[in-house]
Design a protein around this ligand. Structure first.
Ligand code: FAD
Ligand code: FES
Ligand code: FES
Length: 1315
């Protein structure tokens, strides 16, 4: 049993959340404290409880966020600051974030750093940011979380922190500090209670027999234990160190015996001597890093210490802090040896000439890492005891003619720079180089070139390249030959994804290593020269300096200062104020309750789906592998269990139903076939993997897996005519007016997974006519609108069939496979335009892949055209087909259709600019709407004054210094060969619809107010805005005594029976319409109460709220009011505007993109709550970056999702968001048809992330133009591929750019230098 399972099922502590179960999200983090009675020392480390085995924490203390504080005893300052910095939206990630920060604080306080000033800790800003580097958050965009963390740092400049509810802009630093919830570093929480120390001292041990858990305390004991177990009928044994390997291998099988290696002293040594450093196999990666960083001989940094430090810095990019804290060096190497794990450690140790010590039955063996890796997988009884990294002595310069040195460098190309992502390829190079003083020539005496993780069984040495280079003087020709050889040596095995890209990385890294050693190349490879190249020619001191700050240029500091500009509207107070999110502190303290936190009712059963892996097949049978039911299983529920008078419907939209389960036929890979029901969630999950489905595909038509095939077979969903948007103007005329045309250009867009942190979950009780759900929802982003319903329906069917409560929490893999996600599509466009860049006509054919069921897909054309019309195309015509295919049905995902359409519009603009060789920003400006053209394109254009886009367009240019920075970018690009930058400004026009919404307000006898609305709080701040609105609307009674109405208001979750016509919480407008419904209800109450208030006032002079309400109760006034807000037909649709400028840097050697800065301006009208809106803007923007740059939601050829885990699907993390995000909330003043003049902001800002994408495109274009100048024949023109993940970017920059460069360089060597 894992610690997570124990905490969640056997204790009342529900703050530890299950987000992934594989160490990849941080939702389950706890602080683990170990006490060493010998030295009376407590060690505190954050660990992922989903991977930690319960028995391994015997004698340890665990602190969860509940342990820091709570609503009863008082919140901890971490909770208060998270709430006050608006760092929690849905709140599912928040407990894990709080513990990550707490762990960092506890450990910083143990250092001997100077005493911090009051209110602060010994933590530094960099540490505060890095504390949450492994935690995922899908809502906030991280900036606000980073601010809450940084507020504890001793070196923080409070000016750098963004919007919070502690201080106002301009207040002096002392006042600011005094307003922060207090933190006393001397008086922190005790992480290891005294009583437990006593237990530890008395060696409280687990009963091994009972728990099948063994703690040998010597190698001898370990060996005899292994021997005894081996003789015991082949019992299944597992050697365990940190158990983090389970995160990768998802080892669900139960073992008979677990042997914990962590108490064997020989395995946990760290020893340094003259020959090197020895690290025991169970030493955690964190401890190894610390040991490798510790200097031994003070003054002069020897070569070996440089090597150690480089190894340490590379190890810091492995996984995340909370995995490194328990994951061991030995465990990693054994995974690499036995199971071909793409290890970073194996590669670096290989290059550093390390050895491993292993023991078999009787033998001790010392093997080189290379021999160790090359052996066939070692038997399960073989134990790795330690690794030895040799000391590299400085080379004695026997000859005064030359200087010789050891160089060591490590490389890694991964989707996330700070780790928490496996690399596409890693490398480590060690070389002995000599430089002749007279000529400056450099030769390689010897070198070791190790590569790994690129789709090979294990890390390898590129022997041929090593042999080629050894003894050679480094020249351009030698370099060229060597990289050609590397390209041919580092070749992934068949079937590896991005194979050519991985090989090109090897080339890039070797070039990066050797290039600076060749003078004339060094001059242009300036980035590397700063760090490492200079080591060959500089003094010892300089070398020392370089190595002491080895990777600071490469390991980016995270976020720099962010600016927020907004106006607080006083008119409707407290509406308009940046009030903190309702319940945020409860989310931080883990007291907020999500569906899976509800204690299980008696007799509760648990479900797990079985899904199809075939896109179109007869399902002949669904059976368990064994004849008997697997342990704990009660039933297998399928369509056959649907009651006779029932229908096979899982969910239903206005466009049609989706079946709950496949019947005799399965129609897409990922379709629900059945539900395994068992006594625990774990048993259900394990059993679902033991099911065998027998398919029959004989005599069936092939499935429709592409939109082209759908067209061929006329497989479409009908779009109701009233939903189909209208064309604008006359496209043939527009085309005739054009000077230029681009005809039938094509582009493709892929899907995106919601990645809400809380997976789909439900709990159904038999014979209850409502399903439990919707307490707190851990994010939705559209994925819980329709897609949650079949989960609840399946539970309900099982509960009905078995007459027992049934609950289900989908595991991440199943959730990812079934979710559907954003609509992929293929687009063909023709566009006509003038020489000036003015577009005269745009014609589009769009094929939307909707999957198998209609869901909301027939609404897609409407959504798309609403956003497509953002520019004045002159005339616009389109043919949009909603294709029915054998894929999971696609559903609404934040900005469904608008996101894709806005991107298509920008791609057209880019293409036009590229064709005309014009500056793309001016093509955008030329084609922006005037209010007149806006009216032609939109019925919802509003009045001229409401059209704020043009003014925001100019404003963002000013505030982001667009023109100046464009020049700086040009200069940068002229001076840098291997890094290119781009900057891009993008506008957004996004149409939304306000829908009818119910609301209900009741006043209790104590004066407290209960509000119910149709919308669901998903983290978007709906309840907070609704509370503000109720407080504002009820304040119209004007009672005396300054009653703080806001504090008296509680929003409770309505259900479909208590509040009908609640509708869907989608389309960004639920908050405002819910607010309006509440305002109407409050108005009724105010009308009822006003005569009474006036009467009382006359009688008593003054009336407080409480007096009024108690009198109203006495007089039997109806203090409950319901309303149903129906927006006016003419104004229910309206337009939202925004603009963004982003700057991006692209690394041509790796394809890595770094988002340097984004400036956003967005029109919220008169914002109902600027803090909530700011959170929505930043969160949406970062989610958009995910879609465009990082998240590859891939399927196999059958359409089955294969990006089905945190290992393969990478949402943005704190190190992959813009380093600076400045947001201005534009207040466009009075809007007579809007709810208190406010405008929506949940989805439109996501579209602004296109600025990041096109800034990257601009940088890529620069790279391609440069390559063109090297004589490459490919045209630098326009390219479009989403998401622009590293392999794509690198491909666009030229997989062979290094080879081309060198070839060109060699060719032009005789001529004067060009760079
Ligand atoms: C989210 C996540 C991200 C990761 N990212 C990276 C990464 O980027 N780069 C990278 O290199 N690694 C990465 N890892 C792998 C990580 O380094 C390993 O999981 C960890 O080091 C394994 O150590 P452990 O102590 O937990 O091993 P365990 O899980 O306890 O053991 C792993 C295997 O080795 C066996 N074993 C352990 N110790 C010994 C021993 N002394 N002798 C014989 N057999 C033994 C066990 O029986 C088991 O089969 C990641 C892991 C996770 C969970
Ligand atoms: S649930 Fe443990 S790290 Fe995600
Ligand atoms: S607040 Fe972080 S995932 Fe929702």
């Amino acid at each position: 049993m894992t610690l997570l399972e124990f905490l969640r099922t056997r204790t009342p502590f529900k703050s530890v959340k299950l987000g992934c179960g594989e160490g990849g999200c941080g939702a389950c983090i706890v602080l683990l404290s170990k006490y060493d009675p010998v030295i009376d020392h407590v060690e505190d480390l954050t660990v992922s409880s989903c991977l930690t085995l319960l028995c391994s924490v015997n004698g340890c203390a665990i602190t969860t966020t509940e342990g820091l504080g709570n609503s009863k005893d008082g919140f901890h300052s971490i909770h208060q600051r998270f709430a006050g910095f608006h760092s929690s939206q849905c709140g599912f990630c928040t407990p894990g974030m709080c513990i990550s920060l707490f762990g960092a604080l506890v450990n910083a306080e143990k250092t001997d750093r100077p005493k911090p000033s009051p209110g602060f800790s010994k933590l530094t800003v960099v540490e505060a940011e890095k504390a949450i580097a492994g935690n995922l958050c899908r809502c906030t965009g991280y900036r606000s979380i980073a601010d809450a963390c940084k507020s504890f740092a001793a070196d923080v400049d409070l000016e750098d922190l963004g919007l919070n509810c502690f201080w106002k802009k301009g207040e002096n630093p002392d006042v600011k500090v005094s307003r922060l919830p207090s933190y006393d570093h001397n008086n922190e929480i005790c992480t290891f209670p005294e009583f437990l120390k006593c237990e530890v001292k008395s060696s409280f041990l687990l009963d091994s027999q009972k728990s099948s858990w063994y703690n040998p305390v010597s190698v001898k004991e370990l060996q005899s234990l292994l021997k005894a177990i081996k003789g015991n009928n082949g019992a299944r044994i597992k050697l365990v160190a940190g158990n983090t390997g389970m995160g990768y291998y998802k080892d669900l099988q139960q073992y008979d015996k677990y042997i914990n290696l962590c108490h064997v002293p020989e395995l946990s040594i760290i020893g340094k001597d003259r020959t090197g450093i020895e690290i025991g196999a169970t030493v955690t990666i964190s401890k190894a890093i610390k040991a490798l960083k510790t200097e031994t001989n003070g003054e002069i940094l020897s070569e070996s210490e440089m090597v150690f430090k480089k190894i340490a810095f590379q190890m810091e990019k492995i996984a995340s802090q909370f995995v490194r804290n328990t994951g061991s060096v030995g465990g990693n190497l054994m995974m690499a040896q036995r199971k071909c794990f793409p290890s970073d450690i194996a590669t670096i140790l290989l290059a550093a000439g390390s050895f491993v010590n292993i023991i078999t039955d009787t033998m001790h063996e010392k093997l080189s890492v290379e021999d160790f890796l090359e052996r066939p997988p070692l038997d399960s009884e073989i134990i790795l005891t330690s690794v030895k990294i040799p000391k590299w002595e400085p080379i004695k310069n026997e000859c005064s003619e030359k200087d010789c040195k050891i160089l060591f460098e490590t490389y890694r190309a991964a989707p996330r720079p700070l780790g928490n992502a496996l690399p596409y390829l890693n490398a480590a190079f060690l070389a002995e180089v000599c430089r002749w003083k007279s000529s400056g020539e450099i030769a390689l005496n010897k070198c070791v070139l190790a590569f790994g993780a690129y789709g090979t069984k294990h890390s390898i040495r590129a022997r041929k390249v090593e042999e080629f280079l050894t003894g050679k003087k480094l020249t351009l020709d030698v370099l060229y030959e060597s990289i050609k050889l590397v390209g041919a040596s580092v070749v992934p095995e068949d079937g590896t994804t991005n194979s050519a890209y991985r090989s090109s990385l090897a080339v890039g890294f070797l070039f990066d290593f050797l290039g600076p050693l060749i003078d004339n190349v060094a001059k242009i490879s300036n980035h590397w020269l700063d760090n490492h190249g200079s080591a060959t020619i500089s003094t010892v001191d300089e070398v020392k300096q370089n190595y002491e700050q080895p990777d600071h240029a490469k390991v980016p500091t995270l976020l720099s200062l962010s600016k927020h500009v907004f106006e607080v509207t006083k008119e409707y107070q407290p509406v308009g104020e940046p009030v903190k999110k309702s319940g945020a502190a409860l989310q931080a303290s883990g007291e907020a309750i999500f569906v899976d936190d509800i204690p299980s009712p008696m007799n509760c059963l648990y479900g797990a789906f079985i899904y199809s892996t075939k896109p179109f097949a007869k399902v002949k049978s669904i059976k368990f592998k064994s004849k008997s039911l697997p342990y704990g299983v009660s039933a297998l529920i399928s369509f056959k269990d649907i009651p006779k008078d029932g229908e096979n419907i899982g969910s239903k939209s206005i466009f049609g139903p989706e079946p709950l389960f496949a019947d005799e036929m399965t129609r897409y890979a990922g379709e629900r076939l059945a539900l395994v029901v068992a006594d625990t969630q774990k048993h259900a999950d394990v059993a679902s993997n033991l099911v065998v489905v027998d398919y029959d595909m004989e005599n069936l038509e092939p499935p429709i897996l592409t939109v082209e095939e759908a067209v061929k077979r006329s497989s479409f969903f009908e779009v109701p005519p009233f939903f189909y948007p209208k064309q604008v103007g006359d496209v043939s005329k527009g085309m005739a007016e054009a000077d230029h045309k681009i005809l039938s250009a094509k582009m493709k867009l892929g899907s995106q997974y919601y990645f809400y942190m809380e997976n789909q979950s439900a709990l159904a009780l038999p014979d209850e006519d409502k399903l439990l759900g919707g307490l707190q929802v851990g994010g939705g982003f559209g994925g819980k609108a329709l897609k949650s319903i079949p989960v609840a329906t399946a539970c309900a069917l099982a509960a009905h069939t078995l007459q027992r409560p049934v609950r289900m929490y989908l595991n991440r893999k199943t959730d990812m496979i079934m979710a559907g996600g954003r609509h992929p599509m293929e687009i063909t466009y023709s566009v006509g335009f003038k020489y000036s860049g003015k577009i005269t006509a745009l014609q589009l054919d769009i094929l939307i892949n909707a999957g198998i069921s209609p869901d909301i897909s027939p609404a897609m054309p409407h959504n798309m055209v609403g956003a497509l019309k953002k520019y004045n195309w002159g005339a616009l015509s389109f043919d949009i087909k909603v294709c029915k295919t054998n894929h999971s049905s696609k559903s609404a995902m934040r900005g469904p259709g608008e996101t894709q359409a806005s991107l298509i519009a920008e791609a057209v603009i880019e293409h036009v600019a590229s064709t005309l060789s014009m500056d793309v920003d001016s093509v955008r400006s030329i084609n922006l709407h005037t209010h007149d053209s806006l009216k032609m394109f939109y019925v919802s254009s509003g009045e001229a004054l409401e059209y704020s886009l043009t003014s925001m367009w100019d404003k963002i240019a000013m505030s982001s210094s667009l023109n100046q920075r464009t020049e700086v970018v040009k200069e940068f690009n002229r001076n840098n060969v291997w890094q290119k930058r781009g900057i891009s400004r993008v506008p957004v026009v996004h149409e939304v619809i306000v829908r009818p919404t119910p609301g209900k307000v009741g006043i209790l006898s104590d004066g407290s107010v209960i509000v119910e609305v149709g919308g669901i709080e998903l983290g978007q701040g709906l309840w907070t805005k609704v509370k503000q609105m109720a407080a504002f609307a009820l304040s119209a009674i004007k009672c005396d005594g300054g009653v703080e109405l806001l504090d008296k208001i509680r929003v409770i979750q309505s259900d479909t029976l208590s509040l009908i016509q609640g509708g869907f919480t989608t389309g960004s407008t639920t908050s405002e319409s819910s607010c309006e419904a509440v305002r109407l209800s409050c108005k009724t109450l105010v009308e009822r109460l006003t005569p009474l208030k006036e009467r009382l006032q006359e009688q008593m002079g003054s009336v407080t709220w409480e007096m009024l309400i108690s009198q109203a109760y006495l007089e039997a006034l109806n203090l409950s009011a319901s309303s149903f807000f129906v927006p006016d037909l003419n104004s229910m649709q309206y337009l939202n505007y925004g603009a963004a400028v982003s700057e991006v840097e692209v690394n041509l050697l790796t394809g890595e993109t770094t988002f340097l800065r984004s400036d956003i301006i967005y029109d919220c009208g008169k914002s109902l709550n600027p803090a909530v809106d700011l959170g929505q803007i930043e969160g949406a923007f970062v989610q958009g970056i995910g879609f465009l740059m990082l998240e590859d939601y891939t399927t196999n050829s059958d359409g089955l999702v294969v990006a089905d885990s945190t290992w393969s699907y990478k949402i943005p993390t704190i190190d992959t968001i813009p380093k600076q995000i400045n947001v201005e909330i534009h207040n466009s003043g009075h809007h007579k048809n809007r709810v208190l003049s406010s405008k929506a902001c949940g989805e439109p800002p996501l579209l602004l992330a296109a600025s990041v994408y096109f800034a990257a495109q601009a940088a890529i274009k620069e790279a391609r133009e440069q390559m063109f100048s090297w004589g490459c024949r490919d045209q630098p023109g326009f390219n479009f591929q989403v998401p622009a993940i590293m392999p794509i970017v690198k491909e666009l920059c030229g997989l062979d750019c290094v080879e081309r460069y060198l070839k060109w360089k060699i060719g032009s060597e005789t001529s004067s230098e060009l760079y």
